[in-house]
Ligand binder design. Structure first.
Ligand code: PLP
Length: 395
């Protein structure tokens, strides 16, 4: 059996998106900035894609800047709001402890440049309290950045409430919606956000393409200087094929949101119920305010890394958290933020379902994870001490 259960790390491209992209690689390969017909056909395709993407999130075409992915969009959004704030003497930024590293590391950079960053805590389910956002806003706050849905534990934030507060208080609001776009309804008008980041490879589009929504009137800084592409805000010959595929993938993903939720939520909840029967295991994140695809557990007395390797032997592609932290020995900052102790945070497992997931796969994963966890505990010194009562169980 081969099971791909790491759709939060990346997704398989949809055949529709692949088909949409190929003509722009091999036949219609003109540069959109060229004046002859071959270039103008590429230009038309680019602008059609912009219209599609804009329509699907409730924006205007001119409010969409195509980027190299979610990380670039996050960087550009945050650095733009910060630059604008600095001009007006506002150097305070509000965010939270469970953001993606593309946001957290950009905020670190701002701190090195003299900005003050307030990282709000989250509750045990990973939710940011809108009242805490409101309370943290100061005269000199230039940006609030809170993600729409968490990539590790799937928690969906009260984005509309936070957007409402920011709009009322006149503070620029950015949301990293990379895990949300194409998976749950996303509308920039309802979110009341000024800036929003998305990435194509998280919704069955190609890797290396994403977009930034910037509400009309919000000034952007360039991360890449050069030509006048993307309204002068992102230089470099456009990734026409990738952008066309992004629009095709998003069109398909948005059309499938309701159907997928209906199919995935019961599978997700069956997987959660099955894994919950493993002793000293606990679900991470909120059981209800949760992405339809996301399952994340902690198992006491084991190492996440060994769990992943043994699951790979059984044909299961899974993750211990974010793709960026697996491979390093630091426990996930998200699991620490929701209150999991260091030792427990190390034994985490994220299974993220996708369009191809089936009941049969879910039952196979429940069995496999149960067996592998029991096997690993069999020779874990940490588990031995827990069972002997030398240390206390926390789960
Ligand atoms: C994947 C991801 C990113 C980064 O997107 P890339 O396109 O891989 O650069 C940013 N934020 C979140 C929440 C993500 O899941």
């Amino acid at each position: 059996m081969f099971i791909y259960a790491d759709n939060a790390a990346t997704t398989k491209m949809s055949p529709t998106a692949v088909a949409a992209m190929t003509p722009y690689l091999a036949e219609c390969y003109g540069n959109p900035s060229s004046l002859y017909a071959l270039g103008q056909r590429a230009k038309d395709a680019l602008e059609n894609a912009r219209e599609t993407v804009a329509r699907l999130i409730g924006a205007e075409p001119r409010e969409i800047i195509f980027t190299s992915g979610g990380s670039e969009a996050d960087n550009q959004a945050i650095l733009s709001a910060a630059a604008e704030g600095k001009k007006n003497g506002k150097t305070h930024v509000i965010s939270d402890a469970v953001e993606h590293h593309a946001v957290l590391h950009t905020l670190k950079k701002l701190e090195r440049e003299g900005f003050e960053v307030t990282l709000l805590p989250v509750d045990a389910a990973g939710i940011v309290d809108p009242a805490a956002v409101e309370a943290a806003i100061r005269e000199d706050t230039c940006l609030v950045t809170v993600m729409t849905a968490n990539n590790e534990i799937g928690t969906i934030q009260p984005i509309e409430k936070i957007g409402e507060i920011c709009r009322r208080r006149g503070v620029v609001f950015h949301t990293d919606a990379v895990q949300a776009v194409g998976h749950i309804p996303v509308n920039v008008g309802q979110f009341k956000c000024d800036l929003l980041s998305a990435s194509a490879h998280k919704f069955h589009g190609p890797k290396g393409v994403g977009f930034l929504y910037a509400k009309r009137g919000v000034r952007l800084v360039n991360l890449i200087e050069g030509g006048a592409q993307e309204r002068g805000k992102r230089a470099g010959t456009e990734n026409v094929a990738g952008i066309v595929a992004t629009a095709a993938a998003l069109e398909e993903a948005v059309a499938g949101i309701d159907g997928n939720a209906k199919r995935l939520i019961p599978l997700r909840d069956r997987l959660i119920a099955g894994l919950s029967t493993i002793p000293h295991a606990a679900l991470n994140g909120d059981p209800v305010r949760r992405l339809p695809s996301n399952v994340n557990f902690c198992f006491e007395g084991i190492e996440g890394e060994s769990l992943l390797l043994l699951l790979d032997d059984r044909g299961i592609c899974a993750s211990s958290g974010s793709a960026c932290t697996s491979g390093s020995l630091d426990p996930s900052h998200v699991l620490l933020a929701i209150g999991r102790p260091h030792g427990v945070a190390h034994g985490s497992l994220r299974l993220s379902l996708g369009e191809d997931s089936t009941e049969e796969q879910v039952e196979y994963m429940i069995r496999a994870v149960g067996e592998v966890v029991a096997y690993l505990r069999g020779f874990s010194p940490v588990w031995r001490d827990l069972v002997a009562g030398k240390t206390q169980f926390v789960l």
